[in-house]
Design a protein around this ligand. Structure first.
Ligand SMILES: [Ca+2]
Ligand SMILES: [Ca+2]
Length: 323
């Protein structure tokens, strides 16, 4: 059985609330719809295991799949608010579940976008952090992980928005929804702006799914770490040092950025404090990001320190060299 949920267009979330509160009757003049395809309920599993995703809204069980009945680009994302002390952070991976009933089979293509948003309101825009497009569905009704080979660094506190975008013909319901207990943090957008890369927020039709009369949570999760990022705030912005991967086996990359122009020396020190590599020794301009690759395959395994020093920066990151 399939329920069809309809609403007029153009539309505002407030109007939707009124429509859904006042009538259950479909409006036959609608030209754009979200469809809610019923599917057998899946019992909730554990929300997050140790070391697993730490950005989670759902209970692990999808009750439905949602899509656009006319086809087109659908953007759906969760709004997470990590503790303020966890910024800056590095987003390591995105986990997503696709529904059995989505008519969106293994091999289908989806894009991932991540925004940061300091003001808590996606409806007035957000800042793109990164994207990974062209992913393919590998499994249905179980979480699959999209690893970010270069983690997305998020320095600005506030919200982290993690979203998916699919484009397809009518009849796809790719957005798995947990209906058990809405947290009011799952959003959807479509229409103008959803088709471009990256999608511009807000899209033509945009709001929480609760405001569309579809209360629930998307099964989109994220895993971040606060390791591997050092920053200093100053009058001219933020200086930053990142090292990836960490642990590192054969080759690492240090990224350093300074808020004000200055001579910067970036070195690798061993556990005894000996400088074993000079990675960079030159003047950087304000806001310039220097990416420095360095070999570690000739170093003994152990804990090392990458240190960036200049006239007004002193940044330190620990890095483990493993074999
Ligand atoms: Ca559920
Ligand atoms: Ca905003």
């Amino acid at each position: 059985m399939t329920q069809v949920l309809r609403f007029p267009r153009p539309i505002t979330p407030l109007l939707l609330l009124v429509v859904w509160a006042s009538t259950a009757a479909a409006q036959e003049t609608d030209d754009r719809h979200l469809w809610l395809a019923s599917s057998p309920a899946v019992e909730a599993g554990p929300v997050a295991s140790m070391g697993g995703p730490n950005l989670v809204l759902d209970d692990g069980g999808a009750e439905d799949g949602i899509g656009l009945n006319d086809g087109g680009s659908l953007l759906w994302f969760n709004r997470f608010t990590p503790p303020a002390g966890d910024f800056p952070m590095r987003l390591l991976s995105v986990d997503v579940l696709f529904p059995l009933t989505g008519n969106f089979p293994v091999g289908s293509v989806f894009d991932v976008f991540v925004w940061s948003d300091a003001d808590g309101n996606p409806a007035n825009g957000a800042t793109l952090v990164g994207s990974r497009t062209g992913n393919t569905v590998s499994v249905l009704d179980a979480f699959q992980t999209v690893s970010l080979s270069t983690p997305f660094t998020i320095s600005t506190g506030g919200d982290v928005l993690i979203g998916l975008r699919t484009t397809g013909p009518a009849g796809h319901f790719p957005a798995a929804q947990d209906q058990t207990a809405t947290q009011g943090r799952s959003w959807a957008g479509f229409g103008a702006g959803a088709d471009v890369t990256p999608p511009t927020l807000p899209t033509a039709t945009f709001g929480t799914i609760d405001s569309f009369g579809l209360p629930g949570n998307w099964l989109i999760r994220g895993t971040y770490t606060t390791e591997g990022v050092a920053t200093e705030s100053g009058p001219n912005g933020v200086s930053e040092l990142r090292v990836a991967p960490n642990p590192v086996a054969t080759q690492g990359t240090a990224v350093v950025r300074v808020a004000t122009a200055q001579a910067v020396r970036v070195s690798l020190y061993d556990a005894l404090g000996r400088e074993v590599r000079v990675l960079l020794d030159r003047t950087l301009s304000s806001g310039q990001e220097a990416h420095i690759g360095f070999r570690t395959d000739d170093l003994p395994a152990g804990v090392y320190v990458v240190r960036a020093t200049g006239s007004d920066v002193s940044l330190v990151e620990r890095v483990a060299v493993v074999r």
